[in-house]
Write a protein that binds this ligand. Structure first.
Ligand SMILES: [Zn+2]
Length: 315
């Protein structure tokens, strides 16, 4: 098997990241799998190379190692998404050749005005298939005025998958309404496209990531089908939040590994606090444990069925 950690370098690595790397690393190593690190710096505006390097420094400081990725190499030409854009180009082109995509000229205001439904506490903006049936001459005319985004033509269908932590999931995608963007008008590739292409090419068979990405899974499964590839197994881990319900990664003062290092925290203590949340060690006032010791223990997946875990007052 093959597992991976695929962070976005938009800031210093924080506890939410370490939580995911810990769970994915232990799962892969305990199955004698190959562990891959990939830097998802596809958002060229928000990502910084320096943050990517700092992130790798912090992973090494914490004691993690990987078999493929930046600094160690591997069969892929690059493990930075910003250096893999030609691969996304090729796949988008091939989907276009199969008439599975179409250009969308709608602006943000129009898309946001489409009736949207609150879904699991968040407002989800659906599409209405507006540009699905434009004629060739209409497309040519609009191309002169605007660079379109590209959407995939979704065929209505239901997707089931068994999430290792969250249990059985069922989603229905509807043609038109759920036609999702693969490349934005500004040229940026969508997360859904890049992540699927990378995971296929890197041979990833198990994806451990945050619960916030659970709802993107059906789109990704849809792309796996279109590309004739087998999807990985998914484990969506609870988000770490403070007692006000803010995600540690999103709140203003997210706790970064840099800050904890400055406060003289050692890797064993950071890992110990997180390991406690996954039931790897018994609650204690001063937990410390090394990665090697953690490899001998099992994750309590019952604890990871939750949507979120409050970690206030720990760090
Ligand atoms: Zn449109």
């Amino acid at each position: 098997m093959k597992g991976r950690f695929a962070p976005s370098p938009t800031g210093y690595i924080h506890l939410g990241n370490v939580w995911i790397v810990l769970l994915s690393y232990l799962s892969t190593r305990q199955q004698q799998g190959t562990y891959v690190v990939r830097i998802e710096d596809i958002d060229l505006q928000r990502s910084k190379r320096d943050y990517g390097e700092a992130l790798l420094d912090d992973l090494e400081w914490l004691g993690f190692d990987w078999d493929e990725g930046p600094r160690v190499g591997g069969p892929q030409l690059s493990y930075w998404q910003s250096e893999r854009l030609h691969l996304y180009d090729e796949v988008l082109q091939s989907l276009g050749d199969r008439a599975l995509t179409y250009p969308c000229f709608c602006n943000r205001t129009r898309v946001q005005s489409i009736a949207s439904a609150p879904h699991r506490g968040e407002i989800v903006h659906h599409y209405d298939g507006h540009c699905r049936h434009l004629t060739i001459s209409e497309v040519e005319k609009r191309m002169e005025e605007k660079v379109p985004s590209y959407r995939v033509k979704v065929e209505t269908g239901t997707f089931y998958f068994d999430d290792i932590y969250q249990g059985e999931q069922c989603y229905t995608l509807q043609g038109g309404i759920d036609d999702f963007v693969l490349r934005r008008g500004d040229g940026m590739y969508a997360y859904n496209l890049a992540v699927v292409i990378d995971d296929i090419q890197m041979g990833i068979t198990e994806v451990v990531r945050g619960q916030d990405l659970l709802d993107t899974t059906p789109q990704q499964l849809y792309l796996y089908n279109l590309l004739g590839a087998v999807s990985p197994r998914y484990s969506h881990a609870p988000l770490l939040i403070d007692s006000d319900g803010h995600r540690l990664s999103k709140r203003q003062q997210s706790i970064t590994i840099r800050e904890l290092r400055a406060l003289q925290w050692e890797p064993n203590r950071i890992l110990g606090e997180l390991a406690m949340l996954a039931g790897l060690i018994q609650p204690s006032s001063n937990p410390r444990i090394s990665l090697d010791e953690l490899l001998e223990r099992s994750i309590n997946t019952e604890l990871l069925k939750q949507k979120s875990i409050i970690v206030d007052g720990v760090f």
